[in-house]
Design a binder for this molecule. Structure first.
Ligand code: AMP
Length: 191
């Protein structure tokens, strides 16, 4: 199963992605997490990504695509993976589809978490992560509208998009995500 997880900052993407990966035994590839770890380690990728991360800007497409295509060389990751925070732009999505097609491993679903903007701002302001200042929050929400919304429209056209209401208790949201994938949230229900 290959799934893309889409959602604005504060939509609960990280929490839901971890649960989903655990429930279905998927690799959880969070590009934001890979980039943050690289920055903490001070390696080449981290140095290049650092200034973009600090300003709440997206890292250039080619750079992120390089990080992801390296991971796709791992056959197990390619077979069962949940992509969290990638792709983020229409160009990344198109290139990603090409990378997957070349490997005979098409995407099964793109799950988009939907949360109203005022709720996102409320959640992000109380999160306290280093890159969650008022200024970077506004910038990331603006970028989401500008770059990621055309991408979710693209996934709608290719027929893989599942929009999920992500307001409410995390258990309820998880059940909705599983339902959108045609699966049960409970492992006991598996045959
Ligand atoms: P996230 O943890 O997904 O919110 O990502 C944190 C930061 O990492 C973002 O604000 C971007 O600077 C960078 N980033 C993560 N994934 C991508 C991506 N697919 N394209 C560009 N930048 C990304």
């Amino acid at each position: 199963m290959r799934i893309v997880f889409i959602g604005p900052p504060g939509a609960g993407k990280g929490t839901q992605a971890v649960r989903l990966a655990e429930r279905f035994g998927l690799f959880h590839l969070s590009t934001g997490e890979v980039l943050r770890q690289a920055r903490a380690a001070g390696d080449e990728i981290g140095k290049l990504a650092g200034s973009y991360l600090d300003q709440g800007h997206l890292v250039p497409d080619d750079f992120v695509l390089r990080v992801v295509s390296e991971r796709l060389e791992d056959r197990e990751c390619l077979a069962e993976c949940l992509f969290d925070g990638f792709p983020r732009t229409l160009r990344q999505a198109e290139k990603f589809d090409q990378l997957l097609a070349e490997r005979g491993a098409p995407l099964q679903a793109a799950v988009e978490l939907i949360v109203p903007e005022e709720e996102l701002i409320r959640r992000l302001s109380s999160r306290g992560r280093a890159d969650d200042t008022a200024e970077t929050i506004r910038e990331r929400l603006r970028l989401y509208e500008e770059l990621t919304v055309p991408m979710s429209d693209y996934y709608q056209e290719t027929g893989v998009l599942q929009r999920v209401d992500a307001v409410g208790d995390p258990d309820e949201v998880f059940a909705r995500v599983c339902g959108a994938l045609g699966r049960s949230p409970d492992a006991e229900d598996d045959v």
